[in-house]
Ligand binder design. Structure first.
Ligand SMILES: [Zn+2]
Length: 259
């Protein structure tokens, strides 16, 4: 436990736990006063905790109506990353295959935006530039619906407040994680680009899964019958759609050759 948490922090912990263990369900509207009653405290710390929860993206507050939880379970997070791997890896290969000079210049510009934001330690801009880098790259694959689907998946994960910077890795590390992708596209190498994207998405997913699993563990009461989320199990599931046997494909296989 941290030392001397304030009442608001305690309530926030309780709220988080309630979200994580399903006592508070996404999509249902709760009132601050109802929650205050439930926790046996006044409304002020509950309101403050809810605001914090909203800032972290786990809740949505509607004035005079109440608060709705928008939690993503670890399960959902893994599902999102499974989808990203399924779609984004071959799409990146395709992009590297057909990118023309103009497209590459645009992808380079997004990378430069990321670098600039990282140099300024501007996390918000960095995360936006990261998203734009992916969108710009995927747009090259000439399937606008794919871009929309992937943007939706990314937004879902971003709104849960589980971005990896700055808590799990530095801004510069995040930028570096994209350099291989950029270089492979510049070199017009579909296989390298696919492998680099696969590594990047996997890397991000692993950081998030480990941290989220640890966080959930922290909120568990130690003792009888705990069902601690096992990070390794969730990590293994990231690739469960690939060949059905959990085997990691070689970069060449990841690039794919189907039409
Ligand atoms: Zn990225």
């Amino acid at each position: 436990m941290r030392n001397q948490p304030t009442l608001t922090e305690q309530i926030l912990d309780q709220l988080r736990t309630a979200v994580l263990n399903g006592e508070l369900k996404p999509g249902i509207r709760y009132s601050a006063s109802g929650l205050a009653k439930q926790f046996g405290v006044s409304r002020t710390p509950v309101r403050e905790a809810l605001l914090e929860l909203e800032r972290s993206g786990m809740a949505r507050i509607e004035k005079n109506l109440g608060v709705t939880v928008v939690a993503n379970s670890l399960e959902e997070i893994v599902n999102c990353y499974q989808l990203r791997l399924l779609l984004e890896v071959p799409a990146t290969a395709r992009a590297a295959q057909i990118a023309d000079d103009r497209a590459i210049a645009q992808i380079e510009a997004k990378f430069a935006d990321m670098q600039g934001a990282a140099d300024r330690d501007d996390v918000e801009t960095l995360l936006r530039a990261d998203r734009d880098f992916h969108s710009e790259l995927l747009a090259v694959a000439q399937n606008p619906r794919l871009v929309t689907v992937l943007e939706g998946l990314r937004n879902l994960v971003l709104t849960t407040g589980i971005a990896t910077v700055p808590r799990s890795r530095s801004c510069q590390e995040l930028v570096e994680d994209h350099r291989d992708i950029l270089e492979a596209v510049q070199g017009r190498s579909p296989q390298r680009a696919a492998a680099a994207m696969r590594r990047h998405v996997h890397n991000t997913a692993t950081l998030i899964i480990r941290r989220e699993a640890a966080q959930r563990l922290e909120h568990e009461t130690p003792g009888v019958g705990t069902t601690s989320p096992n990070a390794a199990e969730f990590e293994a599931r990231l690739f469960s759609f690939e060949f059905g046997d959990g085997r990691s494909p070689t970069p060449g296989e990841a690039a794919g050759s189907s039409p």
